[in-house]
Design a protein around this ligand. Structure first.
Ligand SMILES: [Zn+2]
Length: 71
């Protein structure tokens, strides 16, 4: 069974088309990848939100999971 994937942006109900892969280096080990889903309007917003905190973040297509983030 496949649940519909929706954008992680608060209040947004659009279908997700991208994965925002990120990690908090202070609490996550290097092989850990956290994922937020984003619609086409919010992938940039979510990327910038995380990047502004100094987290490694890479945006990929929804169908392309990331196994490791750059340090
Ligand atoms: Zn959205």
């Amino acid at each position: 069974m496949t649940a519909p994937s929706t954008c992680s942006r608060a209040g947004c109900r659009e279908p997700a088309v991208r994965r925002v892969n990120w990690r908090n280096p202070r609490i996550h080990s290097p092989d850990r990848v956290k994922v937020w889903l984003a619609c086409g309007d919010h992938d940039g917003y979510l990327h910038d939100y995380l990047a502004s905190r100094g987290f490694p973040v890479v945006v990929t297509d929804l169908a392309a999971p990331l196994v490791e983030l750059p340090a």
